[in-house]
Design a protein around this ligand. Sequence first.
Ligand SMILES: NCc1[nH]cc(CCC(=O)O)c1CC(=O)O
Length: 305
Amino acid sequence: MSGDTALRMGTRKSVMATTQSGRVGDRLTARTGRAVQLVGVTTFGDVSRAHLTQLGGTGVFVSELRNKLIDGEIDFAVHSLKDLPTTPDERIALAAITVRDDPRDALVSNVKFADLPAGARIGTGSPRRVSQLRMLRPDLEYVPIRGNGDTRIGKVTSGELDGVVMAAAGLGRLGRDSDISQVFEVDEVLPAPGQGALAVECLASRTDLIELLSVLDDPHTRAAVTAERSVLAALEAGCSAPVGAFASGDGHILNLTAAVVAVDGLRSVRKSASGPSPAAMDLGRDLAAAMIAEGAGTLMGEQAH
Ligand SMILES: NCc1[nH]cc(CCC(=O)O)c1CC(=O)O
């Protein structure tokens, strides 16, 4: 251990958030010898009771952590990448994108998705999940829910709901993998852009710190999520839009698939493309342009609020 003072790491206070940032802090200490102190921050997204679709998805979980960076109260912040707005803030550097956990969505239920009876009630607050699930099972009822992971799972345990759909990565961080009855393949339910990866941010002016934090960066994940987020940016959509995108690759070529699905689950625009990893941004932007040409913008405009 070096004698330097501990780096203050800002994180949301939920169990999911503190678990994921705790792991990031431990990894940083293991690789650099720097001690890390966790600073819990309450964000607007945590206190507002409104549905996320009404909050607009423009960084409600992120802004307060960025304010603390700017005020100098924390040295770096850890966010779920999928909560991060695609519009950059020039004061803030995306110093690292961590190696991605399972990017897929998962069903918490007593049965598999296909075995749910018609009319079964499934909780999820995400228009992206509702649209895609409705495409697979139009006969189920989709109920908007919010709250932390354990609260959501509790609605299944209590029988209030027949299932909830959440990110597999989040369930893993809560230690609730054993509650998963099924993980959806990415071609069944396309994940949110960046799902399962974490973003590490610090002030753009702190070049020494950016260098230190870069040990946490995974270039493969960065290329994949850059393509995914580029789709979202070009569609001018946020994390509450019915947009799924997933990219994977071998380090040289990225394969990207994205979809916009209408809330009724009846119509969708879905496209795939491949391209060199260093041009991840262009790959996403060009795919989004092709999707817009096929009516993706109209489908998103129908989004119910
Ligand atoms: N918007 C909330 C949120 N942000 C990140 C995750 C999951 C973890 C991740 O994607 O890294 C979740 C919960 C969920 O989608 O079930």
